[in-house]
Design a protein around this ligand. Structure first.
Ligand code: PGA
Length: 241
């Protein structure tokens, strides 16, 4: 399976950040290696510009969220069709920051994933337990429920990102055994050809060992995706298809 290394820029990046992507591409000698997929999800304001600028460089551009409806009276929201129109190829849905900051429930996440598919794009559906849930040894149960309730009914292609909430932006990561256990579990709940990403404090230091775990088919990278050097190291740490 071709690994997917996805950068989630969150609410970071002005127009000048284009130079960071240009540096990344320069490190790839002009085009990202074709035995892995490289995706950058910048803020929505940059999607059109990045998609136009980097169309030929084997880097794909994605959105970080979308509305479940195609159009309508939803001030400030963006539909999956609009992201497709701007040049996005993927859309992250159900990130834990969306679930927490905007009270998104599994049913909302599923509706968004289905909207992404209807727009012809690939959803990256995020799941993950909180610190409390892990301490209570409920991680598998919580993620199992999220999967059951957030995944689309039928789809040719989607991606699942396992991101333990307590590992996001904290520098903490689960043990390699815990990641392996969760990814084995998620695989048992979905198809063999669905890519499963790990996310949460992935860095140039830990990327190779995490990406070598069975059923880890890539990474969703936050903080370290903002710097060309770090993101390049993480992309190169993946074993190509
Ligand atoms: P992080 O974020 O790599 O900064 O921990 C990951 C994410 O939220 O997708």
């Amino acid at each position: 399976m071709k690994p997917l290394i996805a950068g989630n820029w969150k609410m970071n990046g002005l127009g000048e950040a284009i130079s960071e992507v240009q540096s990344l591409i320069a490190k790839f000698d002009g085009s990202a290696p074709d035995d892995r997929d490289v995706l950058i999800c910048p803020p929505a304001t940059l999607i059109g510009r990045f998609a136009a600028e980097f169309a030929d460089e084997a880097i794909q551009i994605g959105g970080q969220d979308c509305h479940a409806k195609e159009s309508g009276a939803h001030t400030g929201d963006i539909s999956a069709a609009m992201l497709a129109d701007a040049g996005a190829a993927y859309v992250i849905v159900g990130h834990s920051e969306r679930r927490a900051d905007h009270d998104e429930l599994n049913a909302d996440v599923k509706a968004k994933a289905e909207a992404v598919l209807s727009a012809g794009l690939i959803p990256i559906i995020c799941v993950g337990e909180t610190e409390k849930e892990r301490k209570e040894e409920r991680a598998l149960e919580v993620v199992g429920t999220q999967l059951k309730e957030s995944l689309p009914e039928t789809a040719d292609e989607f991606v699942i990102a396992y991101e333990p909430v307590w590992a996001i932006g904290t520098g903490l990561t689960p043990t390699l055994n815990d990641i392996a256990e969760m990814h084995r579990f998620i695989r048992s709940q979905t198809r063999e050809d669905i890519r499963l990403l790990y996310g949460g404090s992935v860095s140039p230091t830990n990327a190779a060992e995490i990406l070598a775990i069975d059923h880890v088919n890539g990474a969703l990278v936050g903080g370290a995706s903002l710097k060309a050097d770090d993101f390049h190291s993480i992309v190169m740490a993946a074993k190509g298809a």
